[in-house]
Design a protein around this ligand. Structure first.
Ligand code: MTE
Ligand code: MOS
Length: 757
């Protein structure tokens, strides 16, 4: 079944923030943001701007009625810069005007006096100055120090991996509308309606029950609107509070790119020890996360880097340390994979390093160390592993050796084009690693015309969660999907939501919906029992709109039954709560069972490099992927394809560039290259893993939002292998993304001069 939104999307009828019909008197907002990455804010002069045409009000830190603070995890992020500025793009003032153009042109008239302070953009420099967001985090399994002493081979190195711009098609934005008795309704393009509600409450000093947050859908979030939607909603809310008028702000693309944080860049030092049989005996890794100027979601992102630092491998002795380093960049934030992919890139680099030094194929080391059933992750959870199975099934279907042989033959025949092949196993834990966040609610109404309305805490952002939730209700009630309507995500209907993140939205909100529907179904059956003269409600079932008694059809239909319930004053509504069972984690020991389950997969990736120009194509990504049992292959395959291309983009072409002054140089689509239709691999092919293992996934349909992105890491190593096929003496630094410029330099690095080209 297709995504329920597909028709309204192609007709341009889907509603996003910027499509909401405006209320009279609406004001337009525009931020004046810092042009300096670090400094003392001596003076803000708004006098010129205030006189500009159409300007109604200019707001700065001193005007706030509530707190000047939007930091969710740590209170280290002022809404408006007050005494200091900490990054270029940090809001200093908000202009409210009658039109958008007037707000924007007035903002340009604001002047500031800022005394420069030292600017740090490199996480290792911040670490050396001990400027950390939170104390370091550690994972430890076995005794790595001891194990290294007995290893046959030990390799040490460094890996660097850059950030990534979210580039959701819909930019950030919010629209706040005053409601009676001093309250407000805030439309926000957010993954976390409750986070927005909390944040608005804080800056306005209004209680949460005065604030309604409503989200129809997002034009993409990818993690970038988990925390970072808050600021724009808070700004509009403050504007509404101070002017009593609706206030709207939809960011321009360049504002969005300049003022919002991105995927965290990481730098890491690794040490890997192997035995003669290529078993990895020990692994030590230190991560330096570039957090940007404030905490945002950096601490939990850092933690997930640790959770995934051994990817799909079992390593008996692991010491992993992670530092969240404060720099003068916009606060970096969640991005599909939430720090996990960065951890995985480093272990894959370490394996590639060892393979090269030992002159074996990396796939040999990968294969020998895949985590098996019953093996322990460094954080104590025991694996129910599909790593070996996905590898074996992918190999059986796609024949790795044959793909490698074809590349080798091609390379022997071609001088200036080289092919590379790489394997990429993945393992991703599903659940918020902060256990209390793994809960959700669903509100289900059956109306007297037999139609069903569902509200949950899940936010639709293109990933198809609403379609899956509608499928849950349709399945439980045995109704056609057209009879189910999923409504907006609204904090009045569903309170205290976790953000739609961690790939867990369908599991959490789907289960809550299942419980609500089953509760109503039970009531319907209890009423039906007497109507069809069954002995017990257990003998009654509802299938395709009719009541069955002991499997035999009756005349009683859904509509009649629903109305009969209503006449008997039996409730046709239910508000259900779901909390994932069996998960826990204790940071004092860094051990526990944080994930409901893991998603596994193995991809084989092939690339061709043009060795004269440094450009390349990713030829194929072929994977065996662990869907559990997909409840919607159309949606899930879409997530896989999109995730793979987004992953390839991150590792091969998207280059976030800040200069030393902390200015974003890649600040528009003319300077930041994302994958287009021509960068999509010619072949993306995957087979579902065949097993019958049960999981805590909704209808056993495993989460699919983030894991496929990590197959993209394989593209980096496939390109690297192709580069080495041309220039075998070069060992390219593990420094992603592998842009054509970097590829070209590596093809013709110093060492190649010795070669006869
Ligand atoms: N797919 C689309 N089309 N748009 C998005 O913004 N976000 C990704 C993923 N897939 C995203 C997407 C991220 S970061 C997450 S965590 C999951 O979707 C969240 O949704 P889920 O929990 O329903 O999988
Ligand atoms: Mo996704 S990075 O968990 O929003």
């Amino acid at each position: 079944m297709k995504n329920l939104d597909s028709k309204s999307h192609v007709r341009g009828e889907s509603i996003y923030l910027d499509d909401i019909p405006l209320i009279q008197e609406t004001l337009y907002a525009c931020v004046y943001d810092s042009t300096v990455a670090h400094g003392k804010l001596k003076n803000v002069d708004v006098s010129e701007a205030e006189k500009a045409k159409g300007v109604v009000k200019i707001i700065t830190a001193k005007d706030l009625i509530g707190e000047n603070q939007i930091g969710g995890i740590l209170p280290d992020e002022p809404l408006f810069a007050d005494e200091e500025v900490h990054f270029q793009g940090m809001p200093i003032a908000l202009v409210l005007a009658e039109t958008e153009e007037q707000a924007r042109s007035a903002a340009k008239k604001i002047k500031t006096e800022i005394e420069l302070l030292e600017i740090v953009t490199d996480p290792r420099v911040a670490f050396a100055k001990n400027d950390l967001i939170v104390p370091p985090k550690h994972f430890k399994l076995g005794d790595a120090d001891k194990a290294f002493k007995t290893c046959a081979y030990v390799f040490e190195g460094r890996a660097d991996i850059n950030g990534q711009e979210h580039l959701y098609i819909e930019t950030q934005g919010a629209y706040a509308v005053p409601t009676e008795q001093g309250g407000m309704r805030v439309y926000s393009s957010t993954q976390g309606p409750t986070a927005v509600q909390r944040c608005v409450s804080r800056v306005t000093a209004l209680p949460m029950h005065q604030i309604e947050v409503d989200v129809t859908r997002l034009g993409g979030g990818f993690g970038g609107k988990e925390d970072q939607a808050n600021a724009w909603a808070a700004l509009c809310a403050v504007g509404t509070q101070l002017t009593k008028r609706p206030v709207k702000y939809a960011l321009h693309r360049m504002e969005d790119m300049r003022m919002t944080g991105k995927r965290h860049p990481y730098s890491a030092d690794y040490k890997i020890g192997l035995n003669k049989d290529l078993k990895i005996a020990a692994y030590e890794v230190v991560f330096y996360q570039n957090a940007g100027a404030s905490a945002d979601l950096s601490p939990p992102v850092l933690e997930r880097t640790l959770f995934h630092c051994t990817n799909a491998y079992f390593i008996p002795n692991v010491t992993a340390t992670a530092h969240s380093c404060r720099t003068n960049l916009p606060p970096n934030t969640a991005f599909r994979g939430f720090g996990g992919p960065q951890g995985m890139f480093v272990i894959e680099s370490a394996i590639a390093h060892a393979a090269e030094a030992l002159n074996v194929s990396a796939s040999e080391i990968q294969r020998k160390n895949l985590i098996g059933d019953g093996d322990e992750f460094p954080y104590g959870q025991i694996a129910e592993s599909e790593a070996i199975t996905t590898w074996t099934q992918a190999d059986a279907k796609f024949d790795f050796a044959k793909l490698q042989k074809k590349a080798d033959e091609f390379n022997a025949e071609n001088k200036f084009f080289k092919k590379g092949v790489a394997l990429m196993p993945i393992c991703f834990g599903i659940s918020f690693t902060k256990t209390p966040m793994n809960q959700a609610r669903s509100l289900v109404h059956v109306y007297t015309d037999g139609s069903v309305a569902v509200s949950t805490g899940a936010v639709e952002m293109g990933q198809g969660v609403n379609t899956k939730i509608a499928q849950v209700a349709a399945r439980i009630f045995s109704l056609p999907i057209e009879r189910i309507k999923i409504h907006t995500t609204n904090t009045l209907r569903i309170a205290n939501t976790s953000p739609t993140a961690a790939s867990a939205a369908a599991d959490l909100n789907g289960h809550a919906t299942q419980i609500a529907c089953e509760t109503i179904l039970q009531r319907l059956k209890d009423v039906a029992k007497d109507l069809v003269e069954a002995q017990s409600a257990d003998d009654v079932s509802i299938e395709n709109g009719f009541v069955f008694r002991k499997g035999e059809s009756t005349d009683l239909d859904w509509l009649t039954l629903v109305n009969e319930c209503h006449m008997q004053r039996v409730s046709l509504s239910e508000h259900a709560h779901y909390a994932t069972q069996g998960i826990h984690f204790d940071w004092s020991t860094a051990k526990g069972h944080p994930f409901a389950y893991h998603v596994y997969g193995t991809a084989v990736v092939g690339a061709t490099v043009d060795c004269l120009r440094g450009i390349y194509t990713v030829d194929f990504v072929k994977a065996c992927h662990d869907f559990g049992s997909s409840m919607n292959t159309s949606v899930d395959y879409g997530q896989i394809e999109g995730g793979i291309v987004q992953g390839i983009g991150w590792l091969t072409m998207e280059e976030v560039v800040y200069d030393e002054s902390g200015r974003l140089r890649s600040n528009a689509l003319s300077t930041y290259k994302i994958p287009d239709i021509y960068s999509v691999p010619k072949t993306i092919e995957f087979i579902p893993l065949e097993t019958t293992r049960e999981s805590l996934a909704i209808f056993n349909s495993k989460a699919v939002g983030e894991p496929p992105l990590m197959y993209g890491i394989g593209a980096y190593f496939a390109i690297r292998n192709a580069v080495r096929a041309f220039n075998s003496e070069n060992s390219p630094a593990f420094d992603a993304p592998f842009t054509p410029e970097r590829v070209l330099m590596n093809l013709y690095s110093e060492t190649v001069k010795k070669m006869k080209v």
